[in-house]
Ligand binder design. Structure first.
Ligand code: PLP
Length: 394
C-alpha cells in the first residue's frame, strides 16, 4: 500500500507550509516508535500516571439480563482524566519533547481531549493552548474551567458552526503560523499522514490489553468487539490487534443523532460520501455541492462530519461493520448501564452499549462480546437530565 494510504483513503492534503512540520513529525515518529528508551518511558507513564492496564470487567448482571452472549467491558473510563484520550496524548507529548518542542496546541470538542492535553502539559511542564468551538465552550463550561485550572489557554473559535470541525481548522491555522516550537497534538485517527497512524499506534494499547486479558480470563478470543466512532481513535485502538483475526467481528457505532433519514445526524459511513477535508481523503457528511454539512449528535465527542481513513478502508473491504445509533437509543443505554452495572458511561460510549444490547440478544451464551467503554459519564449528566426534561441547575 502507498505510504500514508488506507486503500484510496488517507494521504496528505495540506498546504505546502505545513509539509515540513508534518515531515518532522513523521521522521521523529519513525525514529522513536521502536526505541527502547521511548517505549520504556511511555509504558511507565501509562502505568504510573494513567493507571494502565485498564480493567476488562465481566458485566455479569447485564449478561444475565440480556440472556445472550457473555459481555465484557473494557474500562477506559477508569483512566486518569476519564477517557481513552490520554493514551494518545502521553505518546504525542513524549514525541514533542524528543522533537525539542516547548509548546503544544490541540483542538477539542466536548473538552475531553483538551483536558487530557492540558493535564499532560502541566505534568511535563509544557506550554499549552486549546482551540474549542464557542458553542462547545458554552455546552461544556466545566471542561473550559478545568483546562484553565490546569494552566492552559483556551481559545473559543467563532468561525463556522463554532463546533469541533471549526476547532480543528483553527488549530491547523495556528500551527501554520508557529511551527518551530509547537507540536499539534491531534486528538483522533484523522488528519494528514502520519497522524492517523501515530494516534492508532498509541491507542492500540487497548486491543493489546484486551487480547491478553481475554486469553487469561477465557482462554480464547472474543467473537465481537464493539466501540463508538467519532474520528475513530478508541474504536481503532480496540480493533487493531484483532484485524488479522478474521473470526472476530469488529463493529463501530456511529452517532445517528435524530436518525440517518434526517439532516440532524453525524453518521459518516452511513450517510457520507468520499471527499477531502482536514488533510485526508475519507468519507464525510456533505451537501449536494460537496460542502461539509453541519452534523448533529447529542454527544459532542461524536459530533464530527468525517471518519478516520483507516475506518473508511475497513468499511470498504468489509472487515468492520459500521452501524448508526440514535440519541434516544444512546440515552436509554446510558441509563441502562448505570442501573444494571453501576457504571455511568460517557454518552459516546453509550452508543456502543446500545448496539451491544441488540447484538448480545442475537448471540448464544457461549459467545463473547467486548464493549469498549471509552469514557466516563459524569460530564454528560446535566445534558441527559435536560434531554429527559429535567434541569439540574434550576
Ligand atoms: C473523544 C471521545 C470519543 C470520540 O473520539 P474517537 O476518536 O472516535 O474515539 C469517544 N468517547 C469518548 C469518551 C471521547 O472522549
Amino acid at each position: 500500500m502507498e505510504k500514508g494510504r488506507f486503500g484510496v483513503h488517507g494521504g496528505q492534503y495540506i498546504p505546502e507550509i505545513l509539509m515540513n512540520a508534518v515531515h518532522e513529525v513523521e521522521e521523529a515518529y519513525n525514529k522513536y516508535k521502536d526505541d527502547p528508551d521511548f517505549n520504556r518511558e511511555l509504558e511507565e507513564l501509562y502505568n504510573e500516571y494513567t493507571g494502565r492496564p485498564s480493567r476488562l470487567y465481566y458485566a455479569k448482571r447485564m449478561t444475565e439480563d440480556l440472556g445472550g452472549a457473555k459481555i465484557y467491558l473494557k474500562r477506559e473510563d477508569l483512566n486518569h482524566t476519564g477517557s481513552h484520550k490520554i493514551n494518545n496524548v502521553i505518546g504525542q507529548m513524549l514525541l514533542a519533547k524528543r522533537m525539542g518542542k516547548t509548546r503544544v496546541i490541540a483542538e477539542t470538542g466536548a473538552g475531553q481531549h483538551g483536558v487530557a492535553t492540558a493535564t499532560v502539559a502541566a505534568m511535563m511542564g509544557m506550554e499549552c493552548e486549546i482551540f474549542m468551538g464557542k458553542h462547545d465552550c458554552e455546552r461544556q463550561a466545566l471542561n473550559v474551567y478545568r483546562m484553565r485550572l490546569l494552566g492552559a489557554k483556551v481559545h473559543p473559535v467563532e468561525s463556522g458552526t463554532k463546533t469541533l470541525k471549526d476547532a480543528v481548522s483553527e488549530t491547523f491555522r495556528e500551527w501554520t503560523s508557529r511551527i518551530k516550537d509547537t507540536h499539534y497534538v491531534l486528538g483522533s485517527v484523522m488528519g494528514p499522514y502520519p497522524f492517523p497512524n501515530i494516534v492508532r499506534d498509541f491507542q492500540a494499547v487497548i486491543s493489546k490489553e484486551i487480547k491478553m486479558q481475554m486469553m487469561e480470563k477465557e482462554g480464547r478470543l472474543p467473537d465481537a468487539v464493539i466501540a463508538c466512532v467519532g474520528g475513530g481513535s478508541n474504536a481503532i485502538g480496540a480493533f487493531y490487534h484483532f484485524i488479522d483475526d478474521a473470526q472476530v467481528r469488529l463493529i463501530g457505532c456511529e452517532a445517528a443523532g435524530r436518525g440517518i433519514d434526517t439532516l440532524e445526524t453525524a453518521a459518516t459511513i452511513n450517510t457520507g460520501k468520499l471527499g477531502i477535508f482536514h488533510g485526508m481523503k475519507s468519507y464525510f457528511c456533505q451537501d449536494e455541492y460537496g460542502q461539509i454539512a453541519p452534523v448533529y449528535s447529542i454527544s459532542a465527542g461524536l459530533d464530527y462530519p468525517g471518519i478516520g481513513p483507516e475506518h473508511a478502508h475497513l468499511h470498504d473491504i468489509g472487515r468492520a461493520e459500521y452501524v448508526p445509533v440514535t440519541d434516544e437509543q444512546a440515552v436509554e443505554a446510558f441509563e441502562y448501564l448505570s442501573r444494571i452495572e453501576g457504571i455511568i458511561p460517557a454518552i459516546e460510549s453509550a452508543h456502543a452499549i446500545a448496539h451491544a444490547i441488540h447484538v448480545a440478544k442475537e448471540m448464544s451464551k457461549d459467545q463473547i462480546i467486548v464493549v469498549n467503554i471509552s469514557g466516563r459519564g459524569d460530564k454528560d449528566c446535566a445534558a441527559i437530565a435536560r434531554y429527559r426534561g429535567e434541569d439540574l441547575y434550576e
